[in-house]
Design a protein around this ligand. Structure first.
Ligand SMILES: Nc1nc2c(ncn2[C@@H]2O[C@H](COP(=O)(O)OP(=O)(O)OP(=O)(O)O)[C@@H](O)[C@H]2O)c(=O)[nH]1
Ligand SMILES: [Mg+2]
Length: 213
C-alpha cells in the first residue's frame, strides 16, 4: 500500500466528538511516550503530522488522521505516573467509549521493544481479547536495540502478551524499520473490512445500535 497523502482530521475529547466515517478506523494505543505519534508520522512519511514530545502524556484526545483508504486514530497514552486519578478515570472512560462506539477495524498496540510489557499493557491486551477487537503488537524503538537482540525481544513480548510471535512487528520511526510490513498489513485490513461491509449490506445488518451519541 502506498500512502499518497495523510492529513489531520479532527480531535475528540469524548464520545460526542468521535468521528463518523465509512472508512475503516485503525487505532494506535500504548503507554505514554511509547512512540504512538512518531509511528503515525513514520507511516504518513511526514515529520509533524502527529505531535510528538519527549515529555510524556502530551496527547490527551483521540486524534484522527485520514490516510486515504483508512483512518488512523491516535489514542491518549496510558500509564503516566504523574497524571491525577481524575485524569486516569477520564482516560479509561474515553477509551471504553471509543472501543464500544468507534467501530474499530483493528488496533496497533504499541510496546517498547526494550522493556517487558507493563501491567497496563497487559490490561489493554486483555481488554482487546475481551472485546474481540483484532490487534497487532508493534514493538517500538527497535533502533535502540542491537540487531541481534531484536528477535529475542519480540519473542519475550509475544509470550508476555499471550500472542503469537507473528503478531509482533518490530519497528523504528527513526530508521523506518517495519514500515513496509505495517503498510501491507493495513492493506489486508482494508480488504477484509471491504468484504465484511459487503457481507453485512447483503444481510441487511446495521452495526452499532448501542447508545453512542
Ligand atoms: N530512538 C527512537 N526514539 C523514538 C522512536 N519513536 C519515538 N521516539 C521518541 O520517543 C519520544 C516519545 O515519542 P511520541 O511519538 O511523542 O510518543 P507518544 O506515544 O505519542 O507519547 P504521548 O502522546 O505522550 O503518549 C520522543 O522523544 C520520540 O522522539 C523510535 O522509533 N526510536
Ligand atoms: Mg502522542
Amino acid at each position: 500500500m502506498v500512502i499518497k497523502e495523510a492529513k489531520f482530521l479532527t480531535s475528540a475529547a469524548d464520545k460526542g466528538g468521535f468521528l463518523k466515517t465509512d472508512k475503516p478506523v485503525v487505532a494506535v494505543c500504548g503507554k505514554s511516550n511509547v512512540g504512538k505519534s512518531s509511528f503515525i508520522n513514520m507511516l504518513a512519511n511526514r515529520n509533524k503530522l502527529a505531535r510528538t514530545s519527549a515529555e510524556p502524556g502530551r496527547t490527551r484526545l483521540v486524534n484522527y488522521f485520514d490516510f486515504g483508504p483508512f483512518i488512523l486514530a491516535d489514542l491518549p497514552g496510558y500509564g503516566y505516573a504523574r497524571v491525577s486519578g481524575g485524569e486516569k478515570l477520564k482516560w479509561a472512560k474515553l477509551c471504553e467509549d471509543f472501543f464500544r462506539c468507534g467501530d474499530v477495524a483493528h488496533v496497533f498496540a504499541l510496546a517498547d521493544i526494550r522493556h517487558e510489557p507493563t501491567a497496563d499493557d497487559k490490561t489493554m491486551i486483555d481488554f482487546l481479547y475481551y472485546t474481540q477487537t483484532p490487534f497487532t503488537i508493534v514493538a517500538t524503538k527497535a533502533d535502540k536495540l542491537a540487531k541481534t537482540r531484536v528477535k529475542e525481544a519480540v519473542r519475550k513480548i509475544a509470550a508476555c502478551l499471550k500472542t503469537g510471535e507473528g503478531n509482533v512487528f518490530a519497528v523504528s520511526s527513526q530508521t523506518r524499520q517495519g514500515r513496509e510490513e505495517i503498510l501491507s498489513l493495513l492493506e489486508q485490513i482494508c480488504e477484509r473490512e471491504k468484504a465484511d461491509t459487503i457481507e453485512q449490506d447483503a444481510a441487511g445488518q446495521d452495526e452499532n445500535s448501542e447508545d453512542c451519541r
